[in-house]
Design a protein around this ligand. Structure first.
Ligand SMILES: Nc1nc2c(ncn2[C@@H]2O[C@H](COP(=O)(O)OP(=O)(O)OP(=O)(O)O)[C@@H](O)[C@H]2O)c(=O)[nH]1
Ligand SMILES: [Mg+2]
Length: 701
């Protein structure tokens, strides 16, 4: 049996010998297991871990171990064929898509896992879309070939139909589910039969077994024809029946993959380390190296485009793509070098915040471990502890440079929840600790909302919140409790009305007197407030008219139905009277507010509520149930569009009807549906719900 080669894992690798590969796929499609197997087989990790036992290489935090899934981007490397492959493991669960987005930003290629039994899933499609926007070259690993119902042909068919017409296998599996035991490499035309239980992916090479001969012939023709069509010269030679050497075919495939024309498909069963060696070689041969990936997007401080090369003699730049804090370790910054060399002990400038930072204990990450190195070449991924004032999305550059690299476009959080400290002490520490969570994860925000008198946290979904609050407790010792966020209702008027506001006070000495007549008119939704004066003949002196306006605005801030701000109306002050001694700004302000209250009551006031546009994406089979549930929430459906085997439903729903919608959707779709939200505006609350809102408001008063 071949012995796993030993490697210098902490060596410095030059740009050509580096690959940055983000591993993406639907939740539970086998990414973490695959990376564990790849790193172990390459000899760069000492222990073969398991997701189920919480020991997989890239499961690093207690939260990941207890939830049994990836929750953050984690970098681990394998060294194969003199090349260091930096793998970025990402969560497949859509609440954590921000982590995947960051990882996609700094990779040159994506390795997408598609379960051989599950096929293309919602998460696969979402992440594929993010890769599309960055034109990221992709390869696919059909995972879990050993699982019941594994079906390679079907998975490839789905992939071609839904996501990648250019997907083409470079391997064909031998057997499936319980009988899966090897693959045929289509370039070499040889079978690899895996040895059971080696865990390093050892195999015996042999001729193509009869059972797969037809499939091998069919897919080999497909592969050759696909390659030939990407290159005219190759096509001629192929048509003339020339035997084209494998390295040439590989180079053609790598070129076509870089262009996004072809997506090479591999397969295996990472749990048993079947297929991992061929995949390592495939990545080295096919994934672009950091200097071949085209222009580096950067700007100077004044916004001019800057051209940078991924060369050692270029000015040094690096992008921080992940910041995390762990007790006893402090803050760790993961960064990707784009240009120039970064040396241990050097001083860099944070060009976003204008601070200088010293790079001590420069290291490359191996999941939670750091392997110290003297320097990093352009393209490499490094980690450094305890930077003073650098966060995610900041650029670090050589002193004297003001270059800012293109940042990561994180999705904005659109689900909210209200939180308060479990105790007084928790409440006091909560604000700062929540802010630290945001520093680690830009898709989580929080702020105190004075109108609602609640701290509102925003995130990507309910599991996201759950995990964040677990981190809050473990890292910062702060316990929070959650509650339904109050709704920012508004009020408006629906009819024109007019009337008087008169303020007169005589308490010895000087009195107070203000008197105005005001007409209120409804305006369209979103048009706001407007004040008009049509006072003639100085019945109210000009200098007091603005006080009437101010009085109306202050009174409108707590409306007449349930005390919510009354919006979208015009107020016209058309008459009034004054007293030469007793009138004052304050007296007219009070008169204005009296007039508002008096008239607004007569102007058929109504309650308004925030309306949300939801976009639900789920497999077709759940559409009936989703629609039924949306009906129960009085939703108005705007449209339904097919997206692969999924349907995208767009509907307008009152915010009040959407609390915990993510959970409901998850149980309706067995976790296969997700939704996004967008605030649309305000609409009148249906009469049947008004009484309850008024009663709740009265209770809070
Ligand atoms: N039978 C079988 N099971 C596998 C294989 N690969 C992974 N699994 C199991 O499938 C489950 C999910 O695997 P993970 O590696 O955690 O999947 P993941 O894509 O990282 O999941 P997320 O981090 O949640 O996105 C685990 O229980 C694994 O043990 C495989 O090749 N065969
Ligand atoms: Mg994982």
């Amino acid at each position: 049996m071949a012995q796993a080669k030993s490697f210098k894992t902490n060596g410095i690798f030059k740009t050509d010998n580096l690959r940055n590969v983000v591993v993406l796929g639907h939740g539970g499609s086998g990414k973490t297991t695959l990376i564990d197997a790849l790193c172990f087989a390459s000899g760069s990790s000492r222990r073969r871990g398991r997701v189920g036992e919480g020991t997989a290489l890239t499961m690093t935090t207690p939260e990941e171990k207890s939830h049994g899934m990836s929750l953050e981007v984690t970098v681990a490397h394998a060294v194969h064929d003199d090349t260091r492959i930096n793998f970025l493991d990402t969560p497949g669960y859509m609440d954590f898509i921000g982590e995947a987005t960051a990882a996609i930003r700094v990779a040159e290629a994506a390795l997408v896992t598609v379960g051989a039994a599950a096929g293309v899933e919602v998460g696969t499609e979402m992440l594929w879309g993010v890769c599309d926007r960055r034109e990221l070259p992709r390869m696919v690993f059909i995972s879990m070939m050993d699982k019941a119902h594994a079906n390679f042909e079907e998975a490839v068919g789905e992939l071609r139909e839904k996501l990648a017409p250019g997907a083409v296998p470079v391997q064909v599996p031998i057997g499936a589910a319980g009988s899966f035991r090897g693959v045929v490499d289509l370039f070499a035309g040889k079978a690899r039969i895996y040895r059971d239980g080696t865990m390093t992916g050892e195999f015996d090479e042999g001729p193509v077994p009869d059972e797969v001969a037809d499939a091998v012939e069919e897919w080999t023709t497909e592969l050759m024809e696909t390659l030939a069509t990407t290159d005219e010269e190759l096509l001629d030679r192929y048509l003339e029946g020339e035997e084209i050497p494998i390295p040439e075919l590989m180079a053609a495939l790598a070129g076509a993959m870089a262009e996004g024309e072809v997506v090479p498909v591999f397969c295996g069963a990472a749990e048993q380390s079947f297929g991992v060696r061929a995949l390592l070689q495939g990545i080295v041969d096919l994934a672009p190296h950091p200097a071949s990936a085209g222009a580096i997007a950067a700007q100077s401080a004044n916004g001019d485009e800057v051209e940078l090369r991924a060369a050692p003699d270029e000015v040094a730049t690096a992008l921080v793509f992940k910041t995390s804090t762990e007790p006893h370790v402090g803050e760790l910054s993961l960064f990707r070098v784009y240009s120039g060399m970064i040396a241990n002990g050097s001083e860099l400038r944070n060009t976003v915040r204008g601070a200088s930072e010293r790079i001590n204990h420069l290291a490359i990450p191996q999941a939670r471990e750091r392997v110290e190195v003297e320097a990093l070449y352009p393209g490499d991924i490094g980690v450094v502890a305890k930077l003073k004032s650098t966060g995610t999305n900041d650029t670090l550059a050589a002193p004297g440079t003001d270059v800012v690299l293109e940042g990561i476009h994180f999705p904005s959080p659109d689900i909210s929840i209200a939180v308060h400290g479990a105790t007084r002490a928790d409440e006091d520490k909560m604000g700062e600790a929540l802010g630290r969570l945001h520093d680690e994860d830009p898709t989580f925000t929080s702020e105190f909302n004075p109108e609602l008198r609640q701290t509102i946290a925003r995130g990507m979904g309910e599991l996201h919140f759950l995990v964040q609050f677990e981190r809050l407790k473990r890292k910062y010792g702060v316990s929070v409790e959650t509650e339904t966020p109050r709704i920012a209702y508004r009020e408006t008027i629906t009819a024109e009305a007019q009337g008087q506001g008169r303020f007169k006070k005589q308490t010895g000495g000087r009195g107070q007197f203000g008197d105005c007549w005001v007409r209120l008119r409804p305006r369209e939704r979103g048009e706001g407030y407007e004040f008009v004066s049509s006072i003639k003949g100085g019945v109210i002196p000009t200098k007091y008219v603005p006080s009437v306006d101010r009085g109306i605005q202050e009174a409108a801030a707590s409306g007449v139905v349930a005390g919510y701000p009354l919006v979208d109306f015009e107020a016209e002050c058309y008459d009034g009277s004054y007293h030469s001694v007793d009138s004052s700004d304050i007296a007219f302000k009070v008169a204005g507010s009296y007039a508002f209250r008096n008239v607004a009551e007569k102007a058929k006031p109504v309650l308004l509520e925030p309306m949300i546009e939801v976009k639900v994406t789920a497999p077709d089979e759940y559409v009936g149930d989703i629609m039924g549930d949306l009906n129960g929430r009085s939703a108005r459906v705007l449209g339904m569009d097919p997206l692969g085997g999924n349907t995208v439903i767009r509907a307008v729903v009152a915010e009040a009807e959407l609390y915990k919608y993510a959970s409901a959707l998850r149980s309706i779709t067995q976790g296969r549906g997700h939704h996004r939200r967008k605030m649309l505006g305000y609409d009148v609350v249906p009469p049947m719900r008004v009484a309850k809102i008024v009663a709740e408001a009265a209770e809070r008063e």
